[in-house]
Design a protein around this ligand. Structure first.
Ligand code: AMP
Length: 197
């Protein structure tokens, strides 16, 4: 793990693992599996926002339409929850290039950032969202086909450019992991990617 030099003492930096990928790819599932192997703090922006949406109709409406919540709401939510005294998994953040730049500008010197791009084709995302619906996840933004299409479109047009930007940042780690297959094989590959770099 990388360290930084303070007054002659080498301090280990905490890790920020960033799980990025399209809707339904399994970010939450993989985050929970990683939490079973190590005491990470799991910061899931979608879950935090679903909680805010219970009392904030503006956020509830944006989420129900499948659109992105405005940057200022996101950045204050994440800064309230992020704390580089412990290892963290970010799940659902960043989703835009502005959020990615904010993360790198504020945290690349304080933590060892490793971005894992959970790479699957769109048809796999759709199959996994359908499975989540069949299993009764009950998410308002899974209930409507137009909302699902809007979220997928935002992924390709807004989040993929953020992923491509992060790929070229020199002081963070980046791994592209193909997670089309079985969940146990996928988590093994994710753990290997985290250990290899
Ligand atoms: P998720 O559970 O990650 O699929 O997120 C559900 C919804 O929360 C998204 O469709 C967005 O409306 C909102 N959301 C979650 N994370 C972000 C983010 N990083 N930026 C903007 N909106 C977000």
């Amino acid at each position: 793990m990388s360290g930084s030099l303070h007054c002659g003492i080498v301090l280990d930096m905490k890790k920020i693992i960033v799980l990025m990928g399209g809707q339904g790819v399994g970010k939450g599932t993989f985050a929970r599996m990683l939490c079973e192997t190590h005491p990470f703090k799991h910061i899931e922006t979608g879950a935090l926002l679903r909680e805010s949406a219970k009392t904030n109709t503006k956020i509830a409406d944006i989420m129900a339409r499948g659109e992105l919540v405005p940057e200022e709401d996101l950045l204050s939510l994440v800064s309230e929850n992020i704390n580089t005294d412990q290892d963290i998994i970010l799940d659902g953040f960043p989703r835009t290039t502005e959020q990615a730049k904010w993360l790198v500008n504020n945290y690349a010197d304080k933590a060892d950032i490793h971005v894992i791009y959970l790479d699957v084709p769109e048809e796999t995302m759709i199959q996994r969202i359908q499975k989540r619906i069949r299993e009764g996840g009950g998410r308002a933004d899974d209930a409507n086909i137009d909302t699902i299409k809007r979220r997928l479109n935002i992924f390709w047009t807004v989040t993929i450019p953020a992923i491509n930007w992060l790929k070229n940042v020199p002081n963070i780690k980046f791994s592209d992991v193909d997670v089309k297959g079985d969940v146990n094989d996928n988590i093994t590959m994710i753990i290997k990617a985290l250990e290899d770099k």
